[in-house]
Design a protein around this ligand. Structure first.
Ligand code: PGA
Length: 230
């Protein structure tokens, strides 16, 4: 299975999210090959909205339940008196996935390796599949059953995507298991995605900026499918 993940970050309003879903589903209807691949679980599309929109987006996508919902983060606390926290336990009935350890959380919100490790274990405990973001080989991968997304900080939101050969080298340097899905993220868009598609080691993409445009995002899925059928 391949993965295409939309990380909307804090860049979209609720009405915009509603319009995004409508337009994305329209695009899928225009691309039967892509629609089939998603329904057959060859391509897992995961949408990660801000927390308050999770249920709304899930409901808006209800006629296409194969499209998954993910959280952009979750609490390192299990439960209790932690005002404002969103726990894995609170998320487990809503999302299938959660992004954990994104470099923006490490940089702006002081997330440490210890917190990230706690989050990974809580996600596992409550049946939320982690999408663990790794900046380089210094970041550890403490859990075997995670999707690993390599996201070099220099490539995030800069328009400078990493050389695909370097991404493939990073996978082998990380020494991750062949069965662990390994994704790339950092300025992937409809133009740059083609550079990666000839490398089967890269099983998919975590997309920020380009995921805000539903037409572009669907087009990226279409390119992924077309390349695997060549
Ligand atoms: P970008 O963001 O696609 O805008 O570079 C990727 C990410 O931060 O996950």
């Amino acid at each position: 299975m391949k993965y295409l993940i939309a990380n909307w970050k804090a860049q979209i309003t609720l009405p915009e999210a509603g319009r995004w879903v409508e337009s994305f589903l329209n695009e899928l209807e225009k691309m039967p090959q892509l629609e089939r691949s998603v329904r057959n679980h060859e391509l897992e599309i995961i949408i990660c909205p801000p927390f308050p929109y999770l249920l709304y987006v899930k409901q808006a996508l209800s006629r296409f339940p194969q499209i998954r919902i993910g959280a952009q983060s979750l609490s390192h606390e299990k439960e209790g008196k932690f005002t404002g926290e969103v726990t894995a336990k609170a998320l487990m009935d809503i999302v299938s996935y959660a992004i954990i350890g994104h470099s923006e959380r490490r940089q702006h919100f002081g997330e440490t390796d210890i917190m990230i490790e706690k989050k990974l274990h809580l996600a596992e405990q409550f049946g939320v599949k982690p999408i663990l973001c790794i900046r380089d080989t210094q970041d550890s991968i403490p859990l075997a059953d995670a999707i690993v997304a390599y996201e070099p900080v220099s490539a995030i939101g800069t328009g400078h995507h990493e050389d695909p050969r370097q991404v493939v080298r990073m996978k082998s340097n990380l020494g991750i298991d062949q069965s662990t899905p390994f994704l790339y993220g950092g300025s992937v868009d409809t133009d740059s995605i083609g550079d990666y598609l000839s490398h089967p080691e890269i099983r998919g993409f975590l997309v920020g900026t380009a995921s805000l445009d539903p037409v572009e995002f669907a087009g990226m899925g279409h390119k992924m499918i077309s390349s695997s059928e060549e």
